[in-house]
Design a protein around this ligand. Structure first.
Ligand code: PEP
Length: 230
């Protein structure tokens, strides 16, 4: 992976479409000003903003924050990978710790979601907190499917807490994941990333990118994070 992958996870924010448009436009404007673009930027807004943001997309790619494993049918409230694809998504986040915690998503369910998303040609960003989760989550995937898989190491203690993981621990984790999977899969770091610590994860910990929650809703801060990849 030559470019760093910088993913914005807006979670259930912001509260209005007007605000989503404002944040998106500011990020887009800031990104256009960066001459030497060393990052691929993906924004994952709430589902209901995807369509409108998709109509403005240009250099920023779009992603979903979750998906279901079935294509269609009587699954009230769910969104299929095909629907995400139809709305212009190139990526989908699967297995975020908030989904595991609040919606009881098990490794088995995460595995079904990953397979469905890959079958629909979406790139999957699989969030994990422990190495032991990974093998269960990716069970049955072919080596070919690995090409569309990105891992995000997101220690739960660091998510939304303002207490980021140390650079050294992140470095060890990325090495351990690669050793365990015996593949050079792209690995992102996520958990209280900001403009001050971003460079350390990318340059010292050897991460291939970042998954950014809270800081991605502040366009100026997010642009500084993207610049850290340059
Ligand atoms: C996340 O939502 O994946 C995340 C890492 O959040 P934050 O950056 O706010 O810790």
């Amino acid at each position: 992976m030559s470019k760093s992958l910088i993913i914005a996870n807006w979670k259930m924010n912001p509260q209005t479409l007007a605000e989503a448009n404002r944040i998106f436009s500011s990020i887009e404007k800031g990104l256009r000003k960066i001459k030497n673009k060393k990052a691929e930027v993906v924004i994952c807004p709430p589902f209901q903003y995807l369509s409108v943001i998709n109509n403005q997309l240009s250099i920023i790619k779009l992603g979903g924050q979750n998906c279901f494993w079935e294509e269609k049918g009587a699954f009230t409230g769910e969104v299929s990978p095909g629907m995400l694809k139809d709305l212009g998504c190139k990526y989908v986040i699967v297995g975020h710790s908030e989904r595991r915690k609040y919606f009881q998503e098990t490794d088995e369910l995460v595995n079904k979601k990953i397979k469905a998303a890959l079958e629909n040609n979406l790139n999957v960003i699989l969030c994990v907190d422990k190495v032991s989760q990974i093998k269960k989550d990716i069970k049955g995937l072919s080596k070919k499917q690995f090409k569309n898989l990105v891992l995000a190491y997101e220690p739960v203690f660091a998510i939304g807490t303002g207490r980021p993981c140390s650079i050294e621990k992140a470095r060890k984790m990325s090495a351990l994941i690669r050793k365990t999977l015996k593949t050079n899969i792209p690995i992102l770091y996520g958990g209280s990333v900001n403009s001050k610590n971003a460079r350390g994860y990318l340059k010292e910990a050897g991460m291939n990118g970042l998954l950014v929650g809270g800081a991605s809703l502040d366009p100026q801060e997010f642009i500084k994070i993207i610049k850290a990849a340059a």
